[in-house]
Design a protein around this ligand. Sequence first.
Ligand code: HEC
Length: 149
Amino acid sequence: MKTILLSISALMISAAGVAAADDPIAVRKALMQATAASAATSGGMMKGDIAYNPAVAKAAIATLNAVSHAYGDFFPEGLSGENSTASPNIWEDTDAWQQALSKFQIDTQAAVEVSGKDGPADLASFQAVIGPVLSNCRSCHENFRVQTN
Ligand code: HEC
């Protein structure tokens, strides 16, 4: 189970790497879709809709951490457009954008550390580290995504 989940996230990240050269928008969307899937799984375990499983928690954390490091590479100067909700703020306020990326990296890294070899031991320790990670979604979107609704 653990191996399968971890290789799925590794696959998503490396598939993203392959497509990178031609279509950074498609890649960054794919990375956010992987992020959303991990966030949904995490949220499900936090709410008790999905039974807590340390290996699944570890896979979600690993994906979020990998995305936090890869994500910033897919924003070449000014590249947005009809099929993107990336805000011009990304290129107008690069310091704040870098800070948002680096906060996401720091919070996911703290989760990786608690994850250890077999995943966070119990739901409480998972919640303690995933809560801060998930708060990045809204704060970054508020500043760096064009709201479409
Ligand atoms: C560092 C900033 C940042 C963080 C952190 C972040 N996002 Fe995003 N997200 C973006 C940007 C920018 C876009 C728009 C990208 C585009 O359309 O080109 C986006 C788009 C998305 C999309 C739409 C993807 C698509 O197919 O159009 C989803 C879903 C998403 N994010 C989910 C999440 C979730 C869930 C989290 C938290 C676990 C998260 N994001 C954290 C910046 C961020």
